[in-house]
Design a protein around this ligand. Structure first.
Ligand SMILES: C[S@@+](CC[C@H](N)C(=O)[O-])C[C@H]1O[C@@H](n2cnc3c(N)ncnc32)[C@H](O)[C@@H]1O
Length: 388
């Protein structure tokens, strides 16, 4: 992380522009200050804190900026503007490593802003080595195969195969499968494969399959579309049988020791050991209402005083989301920042709320449009406006 150690110096006056960097405001907390900067159309925060008799200046880790050279530019510009001596710097540009183009790896923002359905879709959850994912892509060149995986080396390996075999109908996403389906339209997917998910025998709440996941799968599946679990874990199988009971109107099929055309290295090993393998298939029968996450993350009201706002210092935990107000940074009475962490337990987000003349908005843009973030947003509003 780029940072500078600076000699003690006076606070800069804002707003001002220096070396092509806009310094919008400085907001204070007893432990550190946040400096809001803009350069090359990107906004982010710098953190300034005391270190012995000097000051440490670094990029705020919750407000990421890319490329990192923009952060380096802002740090050096601040040092020149405040006239402090630079006692240590690691902001020298390094020789750029050319990252291979990852055409078939998309981030979640792509699904929020740019994804449009042009083909039938298959999804594989936790594709691991990618053997089954690649097989499906080769067998079904007219379909789009979306692979979800949280283990980065597996993604890298799989993408190498995609390149070697000139495959063009795979999209890999490094995202938790339990939260991904929310970003898809209803009735848009034909098959969802969950092959040999991590059994999580000691922590069953971490399993991919749950009532919520099955519900979301049935929503995104087309009528006759299928959610297909394949497992060698007797405990996972028994757990799934319990889940089936909650879906009385959904046809399900259980098949024991079915051979399929492609086997993963796990499966080959287990078959040699004489282990049983179960397939559990849920079939969607209904056409669901078109639900696409249209969440409003605005703050309709204003606050009178950020200074006098007392926020709960303990996390507020609800069934499937939480909010935790961390710090308040004050510029003056009705301006500054509120730092908070919120959303789902599996994918919480840390963001700042910008307070300008009592008006509130999310700094660096809105949170991802997920139901957990939206529920959290409503609770944040309730807390802030009830007590201001
Ligand atoms: C036991 S491996 C099975 C891999 C592959 N399906 C196979 O049959 O060889 C489970 C895979 O699921 C991935 N995984 C676990 N939890 C996940 C989640 N919530 N979302 C996406 N992938 C997940 C793991 O990283 C791992 O690669």
């Amino acid at each position: 992380m780029p940072h500078l150690l600076l000699s003690d110096h006076k606070q800069i006056s804002t707003p001002t522009i220096y070396d092509g960097v806009e310094f919008d405001f400085v907001a204070h907390h007893p432990l550190e200050s946040k400096i809001a900067v803009k350069t090359d159309n990107k906004e982010f925060l710098l953190t300034l804190k005391n270190k012995d008799n000097n000051k440490l200046l670094k990029l705020d880790t919750s407000t990421r900026v890319s490329p990192v050279s923009l952060a380096q530019k802002a740090l050096n510009s601040y040092a020149n503007l405040c006239g402090a001596n630079i006692l240590f710097s690691n902001t020298q540009p390094k020789t750029k490593k050319l990252e291979p183009k990852k055409e078939y790896l998309k981030d979640i923002e792509y699904f929020v802003h740019s994804f449009s359905i042009t083909k039938d879709i298959y999804i594989e959850v936790g594709f691991g080595s990618g053997r089954h994912l690649i097989y499906q892509a080769l067998q079904n060149p007219d379909k789009l195969i979306i692979g979800l995986e949280i283990h980065t080396p597996s993604i890298e390996q799989m993408l190498k195969q995609v390149k070697l075999q000139n495959i063009t109908n795979i999209i890999a996403v490094n995202y938790d499968a339990r939260l991904f389906l929310e970003f898809l339209d209803s009735n848009s997917v034909q098959r969802i494969f969950v092959h040999f998910p991590v059994p999580w025998d000691k922590k069953p709440h971490r399993r991919v399959l749950s009532d919520e996941f099955i519900n979301e799968s049935l929503r995104v599946l087309k009528p006759n579309g299928t959610l297909e679990l394949r497992t060698d874990s007797i405990k996972y199988f028994e757990y799934t049988q319990e889940l089936i009971k909650h879906f009385a109107n959904t046809p399900t099929k259980i098949i024991k020791n079915q051979d399929i055309d492609i086997t993963s290295k796990y499966e080959t090993r287990w078959k040699k050991q004489g282990k049983d393998i179960w397939d559990v298939i849920f079939t969607s029968t209904t056409k669901d209402a078109k639900i696409k996450n249209q969440y409003d993350f605005n703050f309709e009201n204003n606050i009178i005083s950020l200074e006098n706002l007392t926020l709960p210092n303990k996390p507020m935990v609800k069934k499937d989301f939480f909010i935790h107000f961390e710090y308040r940074y004050i510029t003056d009475k009705s301006n500054g920042l509120i730092k908070l962490t919120f959303g789902s337990f599996n994918k919480p987000v840390t963001k700042y709320i910008l307070v300008q003349d009592g008006k509130l908005s999310y700094y660096q843009g809105l949170p991802l449009p997920t139901s957990a973030n939206y529920k959290a947003h409503n609770l944040i509003k309730e807390v802030i406006f009830d007590i201001s």
